[in-house]
Design a protein around this ligand. Structure first.
Ligand code: CO8
Length: 257
């Protein structure tokens, strides 16, 4: 991989760093391809994916404007499709995906965050959908997922003004869950990952699937899915172990089955 760094600080965690700090980690076609390849190589032992940007200035400052500037409509369509496919893949991963937002998250950068389960940001991070300032609309899900995550009025403000908002405002908008000093960012994400990893692997995976379904469908269908999922757990080793461990006042040993 030329444009991203993929590492496993521990077997259950895959850490992906978009590594073009001189271009503020802007997303070009090569980066999108490498991200797709990294996600396709995930296996079920890996339970958490962390996505971040190299350096202290940017998470991702958007799609690569230098590359996009001379696109014809069919190239633009292909690029937008690549971005959408990547974001849909991220969203549907069985792993929990956390965005570790270390700086600017603009345009395509903000759209990547929206496809993650949640985001933790450094105090210097800035968020926005500045596409309108470039004479275009968002192309990787900014008009779709942003509305669902932050609500109609806030999304529309960001979409029409193209303004950058601070990490504190992004937290108030519900775009990020927590804001910490840059020096504490990685540790904060790791401590959340630790808490997730203590839980039943199957349970976390199915909680994500149920949340994804609930986010996209009507209440009664989502409630029916939840009921069936809950019942299915009573055929698993993890349910037996989790409840037995509680009653025996010990920590569970998960098999993920
Ligand atoms: N694309 C390409 N290069 C970029 C980008 C970008 N998005 N952002 C920054 N860079 C480059 C700069 O050109 C500069 O390069 P160089 O040193 O060679 O001149 C380098 O990164 C450092 O940037 P700056 O000197 O501008 O740094 P500043 O601290 O002065 O400013 C900003 C930082 C405010 C983040 C500024 O760089 C900026 O405004 N960047 C562009 C932000 C933007 O508009 N992003 C949205 C892009 S559009 C998009 O994401 C649409 C996604 C869907 C596409 C679908 C396509 C069909």
């Amino acid at each position: 991989m030329q444009n991203i760094i993929v590492e496993s600080p521990r077997p259950e965690i895959l850490r992906i760093t978009i590594n073009l700090p001189n271009a503020l980690n802007a997303l070009n076609r090569a980066v999108l391809n490498e991200l797709r390849t990294a996600l396709e190589a995930l296996d079920t032992k890996q339970r958490i994916v962390v996505i971040t940007g190299a350096g202290e200035k940017a998470f991702v400052a958007g799609a690569d404007i230098a590359e996009m500037a001379s696109f014809n409509p069919s190239e633009a369509a292909a690029f937008s499709r690549m971005g959408h496919e990547l974001c849909s893949k991220l969203e549907a991963l069985e792993q929990v995906v956390i965005a570790e937002v270390n700086g600017y998250a603009l345009g395509g950068g903000c759209e990547i965050i929206l496809a993650c389960d949640f985001a933790i940001a450094a105090e210097n991070a800035k968020f926005g959908q500045p596409e309108v300032a470039l004479g275009v609309t968002p192309g990787f899900g900014g008009t779709t997922r942003l509305l669902r995550r932050v609500g109609q009025a806030r999304a529309r403000q960001l979409l029409y003004t193209g303004e950058q908002i601070s990490a504190a405002d992004a937290k108030a908008f519900g775009l990020v869950n927590d804001v910490v000093p840059q020096t504490e960012l990685r540790a904060r994400v790791e401590s959340i990952a630790e808490k997730i990893l203590k839980n039943g692997p199957l349970a976390v995976r199915l909680a994500k699937r149920a949340a994804n379904i609930a986010a996209e469908t009507d209440l009664s269908t989502a409630n029916a899915f939840e009921q069936h999922t809950f019942a299915l757990f009573f055929s698993t080793e993890d349910q037996k172990e989790g409840m037995r461990a509680f009653l025996e006042k010990r920590k569970p040993t998960w098999t993920g089955r």
